[in-house]
Design a binder for this molecule. Structure first.
Ligand code: IPM
Ligand code: MG
Length: 346
């Protein structure tokens, strides 16, 4: 099975390298092809998502993605910036459903920003819509009537976009504890009012699921106050971006959270939720576990290798139990040493 490896920028190549070592250990069914993406692709080929990279992503059975973002590129025209590569892949491949599980490995209770008894209860999945919202609306810079500069980004969702991600939320909840919390800002935004109305309509198909609604500001507070109350959260692209970073710190470290971005047929792109961390790139300081756990999700959701996925997740837990810690977890291991610890546990 062909896997597209898109390491990208910053710490991306380091964490992908460790992940490939782990994948090679658990299965010989994968074939890897690598292509540049993000700032690395811009520097090599003049575009953050070159046609050959997009083509590889389309041909592959699944995509393993590192990270994009490069301070050298921050002043480029927007369509040439590294971030456009991941946004382009999500859109071009129709990857509309982003699953971001946040669970606390019990060994990491002391690494959480929250008190251990609060953090210990964290076991949720954030389902983030990935193809719409303010991310993909009309945007630009213009002048006001009085000649002042004005930036704008249009936020919108149509009802079909909301209904399809709502169904992913309900189905995810059905496979877990049966609770779905839809997060919006319906007290202020029309986009959110439609979101809420459509989620309620879709809920008629899922009478067994306990549905609740929460405003995003309250959700941000509740994630810190009592994160154990959440089973599945479903929300839009922008709110999901923000809340998932927050949830990651509640669960110990942003270096721990994997993600899957799926289309309607379980084809997926798998990436850690963290960014390219240019400040520590190339120094062996990055935690590869979020990417290794993303690869486990890839085996489970896109490749039908659930047993191998279980083995990887168990090995990560064992490595942590044995005290393996990278810098972000308060330890001293390098990226490669953390990879070694997972391989040893396998
Ligand atoms: C994420 C990232 C991306 C996003 C960036 C790199 C465009 O923050 O995947 O959460 O905003 O979606
Ligand atoms: Mg983000």
């Amino acid at each position: 099975m062909l896997i597209a490896l898109l390491p990208g920028d910053g710490i991306g190549p380091e964490v992908i390298a460790e992940t490939v070592r782990v994948l090679d250990r658990v299965t010989d069914q994968l074939r890897f092809e690598t292509a540049p993406v993000g700032g690395a692709a811009y520097k090599a080929e003049g575009h953050p998502l070159p046609p050959a990279t997009l083509d590889l992503a389309k041909r592959a059975k699944a995509i393993l993605f590192g990270a994009v973002g490069d301070p050298d590129c921050d002043r480029l025209e927007r369509h040439l910036r590294p971030e456009q590569a991941i946004l382009g892949l999500r859109k071009e491949l129709g990857l509309f459903a982003n699953l971001r599980p946040a669970t606390l490995f019990k060994e990491l209770a002391d690494a959480s920003a929250l008190r251990p008894e609060v953090a210990g209860a964290i076991d949720m999945v954030i389902i983030r819509e990935l193809n719409g919202d303010v991310y993909f609306g009309e945007k630009g810079m213009r002048k006001t009537a009085s000649g002042r500069r004005e930036g704008y980004d249009i936020m919108s969702y149509d009802e079909d976009e909301v209904a399809r991600i709502a169904r992913v939320g309900f189905e995810t909840a059905r496979a877990r504890r049966g609770k779905l919390c839809s997060v919006d800002k319906a007290n202020v935004l029309e986009t959110s009012q439609l979101w809420r109305d459509v989620v309620i309509e879709v809920s008629a198909e899922f009478p067994d699921i306990e549905l609740s609604h929460m405003y995003v500001d309250n959700a941000a507070m509740q994630l810190v106050r009592n994160p154990g109350q959440f089973d599945v959260i479903v929300t839009g692209n922008l709110f999901g971006d923000i809340l998932s970073d927050q949830a990651s710190m509640c669960a110990g470290s942003i270096g721990m959270l994997p993600s899957a971005s799926l289309d309607a047929n379980q084809k997926g792109l798998y990436e850690p939720i963290h960014g390219s961390a240019p400040d520590i790139a190339g120094q062996g300081k990055a935690n590869p576990l979020a990417t290794i756990l993303s690869a486990a999700m890839m085996l489970r959701y896109s490749l039908g290798l659930a047993a191998e996925a279980d083995r990887i997740e168990a090995a990560v837990a064992t490595a942590l139990e044995n005290g393996a810690r990278t810098l972000d977890l308060g330890g001293k291991l390098t990226t490669t040493q953390m990879g070694d610890a997972v391989l040893a546990a396998l």
